[in-house]
Ligand binder design. Structure first.
Ligand code: UD1
Ligand code: CA
Length: 456
């Protein structure tokens, strides 16, 4: 069976009140349309076609990585008109699946069930019963319960408005049938639009059976029309991810205050995550890890037994097993920590490697550096890696002890087991095993008097 999936995504989304086209708004950091696309990528033998229109340039620009055929609908004259734009590219024997780009949480399992009901003689329709069906197309059934047609809210009689079974817009139909019906659509309705839903009545008139299936949960077929709905679906999605992580051995102190915007790959169990933690991109983490409150961790690898204390930001980092970071540490991109490293409060690291058992415990900036093992970097130490035009490297070899408030003016190397006296400004390489100091000699003035206020 060959499939064509058409994702309708041309609409404006007026109620979002946004300059950004609706389908580019994000859930869990990923555009709405991409959620639909990713789900439909799992269908075998499937060609994806995206009908886009509103904000065309932005949409194409930001979603170039989607492997789909893009069809522009220049004027948005209705869902039927949108599908008509693709008609020329549909094979007669294709199974055509219609999805909406602004319905992001539809599940693959629901689609697979829907697809079992489509054939030459049957059209498969996804419907849902809503307590408040306002605004949706209603499913009109005859006395025997067979579907007769779909009536849009604006065209519905008062009796029809009482119907609680509504059209989700999602359906599957044979290509040849769809194409003939599309040709017959007329905009004879309250909105003057070409309604895709009119094909239901045409199908019934031809003796085609309409089979309705339902999603497991209503949120799967909820569209995003405004920011309230966007936030609702964000929480639904996050809760699902949180549950799945908990099943895999992650403790979440509060699943409603946890956000995963991307992938979290687990390589072990017993991960404890306090509140307000955000993971972005692809993160991989080991076992027996503790992550404190208010952390943002982006595209990083975290080894076993690591502790990340409160309020850290870690981006593109590799954290070796047993290391302890924070509270209040910032690891800018490309930091690699070996095992058992300690990074303390108000420390900023950038593009640096730090070997085993080394410590940067307080108030330091280490950038463009290679730090050996068993190094101790005192409070307030700064690598001066930038002269305003170029960046330079600092190398600190194994066992070095850098006194507090040292400035290491790069390029510079501190040798093995070297000691730097506190308050030094280091501009030349420091020999191994020696003490290096650059500090004004201390002196005291005896008999010196503090100034006193003049009398007026
Ligand atoms: C549509 C259905 C309605 C259903 C509801 C479910 C029709 C006529 N009505 O109504 O029965 O209950 O969805 O949400 O089909 N789009 C285009 N081009 C267009 C018009 C729409 O690409 O010219 C896209 C939109 O971007 C959106 C989807 O089609 O993703 C649905 O459009 P929307 O305007 O939301 O349809 P409704 O009027 O809500
Ligand atoms: Ca809608």
């Amino acid at each position: 069976m060959h499939m064509t999936t058409i994702i309708l995504a041309a609409g404006k989304g007026t109620r979002m009140r946004s300059e950004i086209p609706k389908i580019l708004h994000k859930i869990a950091g990923k555009p709405l349309l991409e959620h639909v696309y990713d789900m439909s990528r799992h269908l075998e033998n499937n060609q994806i076609k995206i009908v886009y229109g509103h904000g065309a340039d932005l949409v194409r620009d930001q979603l170039t990585h989607l492997q789909a055929d893009w069809i522009e609908q220049k004027q948005q004259l209705g869902t039927g008109h949108a599908v008509q734009q693709v008609a020329g590219q549909i094979g007669d024997k294709d199974i055509v699946l219609i999805l909406y780009g602004d319905v992001p949480l539809l599940k693959l399992a629901t689609v697979r069930t829907l697809l079992t009901h489509v054939s030459e003689k049957s059209l498969a329709l996804l419907t849902v019963n809503l307590e408040n069906p306002k605004g949706y197309g209603r499913i009109v059934r005859d006395h025997d319960g067979h579907i007769e047609k779909i009536v849009e809210e604006k065209d519905a009689t008062n009796d029809q408005k009482l119907i609680k079974e509504v059209n989700t817009g999602i359906m599957a139909v044979r290509g040849d049938k769809l194409k003939t019906w599309l040709e017959q659509l007329k905009p004879n309705n309250a909105q003057g639009e070409y309604y895709l839903t009119d094909i239901i009545e045409m199908a019934v008139n031809e003796g085609i059976k309409i089979t309705a299936t339902q999603p497991e949960c209503e949120d799967e077929v909820m569209g995003v029309n405004n920011r309230e709905q966007l936030s609702h679906l964000e929480r639904v999605y996050q809760k699902e991810q949180a549950l799945s992580l908990m099943e895999s051995g992650v403790t979440l102190r509060d699943p409603s205050r946890f956000d995963l915007r991307g992938k979290l790959e687990l390589f072990g169990e017993d991960i404890e995550i306090d509140i307000n933690v955000i993971f972005e991109g692809v993160n991989r983490i080991g076992k027996n890890i503790k992550i404190g409150a208010n952390n943002r961790i982006i595209n990083s690898i975290i080894g076993d037994n690591v502790q990340i204390l409160d309020n850290c930001v870690i981006e593109d980092g590799v954290i070796g097993a047993g290391s302890v970071i924070g509270p209040f540490a910032r690891l800018r991109p490309l930091v690699t920590l070996a095992n058992d490293v300690k990074i303390g409060n108000f420390v900023e690291l950038k593009k640096s490697m730090i070997a085993e058992h080394s410590k940067v415990n307080h108030l330091s900036y280490i950038g463009d550096s290679t730090v050996g093992s068993h190094v101790n970097i005192g409070a307030g130490t700064i690598t001066c890696n930038y002269d305003g035009a170029n960046k330079y490297q600092t190398i600190i070899e194994d066992g070095a002890f850098i006194g507090s408030d040292t400035q290491l003016v790069a390029p510079v190397t501190v040798g093995k087991n070297a000691t730097i006296g506190a308050g030094s400004t280091v501009t030349k390489d420091c020999p191994a095993e020696q003490l290096t100091l650059s500090r004004v000699k201390q002196f005291s003035v005896s008999g010196w008097q503090r100034p006193v206020k003049k009398e007026k």
